[in-house]
Design a protein around this ligand. Structure first.
Ligand code: GUN
Length: 296
C-alpha cells in the first residue's frame, strides 16, 4: 500500500487576504468617521528595479481597494543617501502620514541599515526597525514584519494547529526567517511550536526538513525544496517567488517558489500556491499595520 496521498489543501492567500481586507475596509471607514481622514500609507521607491516596481504597485493598489490613501514617492537610482534620509525625515515629521515604507533593496551606494534606523518606529509599518523587532522578541505591542505576520494570519485563517508542532524555518534573513522563527515559538496561537531555524551552513538539511510538521521556506532559490525533503502530511509555506524560463508559456516564463510544488504538494496536508499564497498576505499585513498606525 502506498503511503502517499494526492489530496492537499491550498493555503490560499488570495481568499484569506480578501476576507481580511473586507474587515480592514470597514475599519478604515470607522477611522474616517472618528478623525476625518482615512489611513495614509506612503511608499518610497528608489530606482527602477523591476520586481520592486511590481511589489510597490501591488501595495498602492491594495490601499485603493480598502479605501486607504496612498502616495508613491519615486526617486531616481542616483539619489544620494543624504537625500533619501531627508525624505525619511520629512515623512517622520508629516502628521498627514500614518506609516511609510522604503522599498528594499536600495541601490548599492545607500546603506539600508542607516535608512531603516532613521524611520520613526511609530511609522515603521514594515516592522523592520530594531525597536519593533525588539518589541516582537519581548511580546510587546508594535509593528510585526509584514511577511512573517502574513504567514501567521494565513495559518490562523485556516485553523492550522501549531501547538507542540515542530516548525522548521529554512532561511535566516532579518525580514523573514529570523522573525518567523520567533513568532512560531511565542506562547500564543499560532505559535507554541518547537522551532528549528536552518540556513546555508546547516548540515544534512533534508534530514531536518523531513522532521517538520510545519515547513516555512524563505531561502531565495527556485524549486529548492524537493519531495524527498518533506514529511508526509506536512504543512508547507513557500515564501519564494522567482521567474523561471518556460518555453511552453506565451510569456516565456512561469512563476516558481522555493518549493518544487508539483512534486511536493501531493505529500502535503496544506501548501501555499505560488503565486497566490504568501505574496498577497504580505501586502494584507502591511495594510493591517497601516490601520494600526492610524488608530494609535
Ligand atoms: N523588499 C522585499 N520585501 C519587502 C518588504 O516587505 N518591505 C520593503 N520595504 N521592501 C521589501
Amino acid at each position: 500500500m502506498s503511503d502517499t496521498t494526492s489530496t492537499y489543501r491550498s493555503l490560499n492567500g488570495i481568499e484569506c487576504g480578501k476576507a481580511l481586507r473586507a474587515q480592514i475596509a470597514r475599519r478604515a471607514q470607522e477611522v474616517l468617521k472618528e478623525r476625518g481622514t482615512v489611513p495614509h500609507l506612503v511608499a518610497v521607491l528608489v530606482g527602477e528595479d523591476a520586481a520592486s516596481q511590481t511589489y510597490v504597485g501591488s501595495k498602492v493598489k491594495a490601499c485603493e481597494e480598502v479605501g486607504f490613501r496612498s502616495t508613491l514617492l519615486r526617486r531616481p537610482a542616483d539619489t544620494t543617501e543624504a537625500e533619501l534620509l531627508e525624505v525619511v525625515a520629512e515623512l517622520n515629521a508629516d502628521a498627514a502620514v500614518d506609516g511609510f515604507i522604503v522599498q528594499l533593496p536600495l541601490p548599492k551606494h545607500i546603506d539600508e541599515e542607516r535608512v531603516t534606523l532613521a524611520i520613526n518606529p511609530t511609522k515603521d509599518v514594515d516592522g523592520f526597525h530594531p525597536q519593533n523587532l525588539g518589541r516582537m522578541m519581548l511580546g510587546l505591542p508594535g509593528y510585526l514584519p509584514a511577511t512573517p505576520n502574513g504567514i501567521v494570519e494565513l495559518l490562523k485563517f485556516y485553523d492550522i494547529p501549531t501547538e507542540g508542532r515542530h516548525c522548521v524555518v529554512v532561511g535566516r534573513s532579518n525580514i523573514v526567517g529570523t522573525p518567523m522563527s520567533i513568532l512560531m515559538s511565542r506562547n500564543t496561537y499560532p505559535g507554541n511550536c518547537t522551532v528549528t531555524i536552518t540556513h546555508s551552513r546547516t548540515k544534512d538539511l533534508p534530514s531536518i526538513t523531513r522532521q517538520a510538521d510545519i515547513l516555512i521556506v524563505a531561502i531565495g532559490k527556485a524549486g529548492f525544496i524537493t519531495a524527498d525533503m518533506v514529511k508526509q502530511g506536512a504543512v508547507v509555506v513557500d515564501v519564494g517567488i522567482h521567474r523561471v524560463e518556460d518555453a511552453s508559456r506565451k510569456s516565456g516564463y512561469r512563476l516558481s517558489g522555493d518549493v518544487n510544488f508539483d512534486e511536493v504538494a501531493p505529500k502535503c496536508a496544506w501548501i501555499t500556491p505560488v503565486p497566490g499564497g504568501v505574496g498577497p498576505m504580505t501586502v494584507t499585513s502591511l495594510l493591517l499595520n497601516t490601520l494600526k498606525a492610524a488608530q494609535t
